[in-house]
Design a protein around this ligand. Structure first.
Ligand SMILES: [Zn+2]
Length: 316
């Protein structure tokens, strides 16, 4: 079966000028606000084909953003995968050897395994160790409304609410296949103080997705008094969509090569009746466990062991 490719509205920016940076680590730049304040780290290209985040960081550099306090570190993460981005095969450059966003537990980072992504993760680890706040910019395969993944801590959810944008907030635990950057170290610890949010800014290659990424950065910095409001204002649009919080209750992990949904779900559908058949995984029938079940980011073609979809309830 041939699948039509989504159109690529974004042009991958040349990140060559940011390679040297000023931190001794390739493609990592720290801007100092000169006054005390938090250390915010914004990451793009954790997935090499999610170019909207790179477009947003490129914009931040180009508009001459300087933090008004604290420190702001801008990271282009999986640059090796990004280098292979090919508009004719846009899904192929998500990673080179393995998913960079499933490596963030000590046993993996300190373990004996080696891969291109692990080497980069080990190189970037000190940057995240020194962060107070992380904003991790991603995008999605399906044309879904943008959403914030705030993990499962209360402070993550509170920060997402204060941020107010994008409007959908998803509180979740991550994936069976490995720990995400936002769950690294004490960022996911209920008693920790540091906070990491991930924004899924929209469909990977739509022009709008890069706008959402840029706005997310500016609103995040505004919230922490780190950007001149007049400068930010020039790039912000009015939004009045009501916030909705979805609590993920379970992850459906594919067990076979034959996982298939029985409808073209894109995510954030609310299925009214418990027992609605979502799809099949080999001989297993996957159904919704309760009424008003929200689908979170159904995968395009999940392999065994990968997340097929997550299911959640709307929080009151
Ligand atoms: Zn991603």
């Amino acid at each position: 079966m041939t699948e039509s490719l989504p159109s690529i509205e974004l042009t991958p920016p040349d990140i060559g000028p940011y390679r040297r940076g000023n931190t001794g680590i390739d493609h990592v730049t720290t801007l100092d606000g000169g006054r005390p304040g938090p250390h915010v780290v914004i990451t793009a290209l954790v997935h090499g084909n999610e170019i909207a985040g790179a477009v947003a960081l490129d914009r931040l550099f180009r508009i001459g953003l300087k933090p008004m306090r604290g420190r702001l570190t801008l990271v282009f993460a999986n640059t090796a995968a990004y280098r292979h981005f090919d508009p004719d095969r846009p899904f192929a450059s998500r990673f080179v050897d393995e998913d960079f966003n499933r490596l963030w537990s000590p046993d993996v980072l300190d373990g004996p395994r080696d891969s291109l992504e692990l080497r980069r993760a080990r190189q970037l680890r000190p940057v995240f160790d020194a962060a107070d706040l992380i904003l991790d910019l991603h995008s999605m395969t399906a044309d879904t409304a943008p959403l914030i993944l705030c993990g499962h801590t209360e402070r993550g959810r509170d920060l997402a609410r204060w941020l107010g944008y994008p409007a959908w907030i998803v509180a979740d635990e991550g994936h069976a296949a490995g720990r995400r950057l936002i769950d690294y170290a004490d960022f996911a610890d209920p008693y920790g103080a540091r906070i990491a949010l991930l924004v899924e800014c929209g469909q990977h290659w739509r022009a709008e997705t890069a706008m959402v990424a840029l706005e997310s950065c500016l609103r995040f910095l505004l919230l922490h008094d780190m950007v001149d409001p007049a400068l930010a204002d020039r790039h912000l649009r009015r939004h009045d969509a009501p916030q909705r919080v979805v609590e993920v209750t379970q992850t459906v992990t594919a067990e076979t090569e034959d996982f298939a949904f029985n409808a073209p779900y894109v995510g954030l559908e609310i299925l009214p009746h418990a027992g609605t058949v979502l799809g099949h995984d080999g001989g297993r029938t996957v159904v919704t466990p309760y009424d008003d079940c929200v689908l979170i980011m159904p995968a395009r073609r999940p392999k065994p062991g990968q997340t097929a979809v997550r299911l959640g309830r709307l929080a009151p």
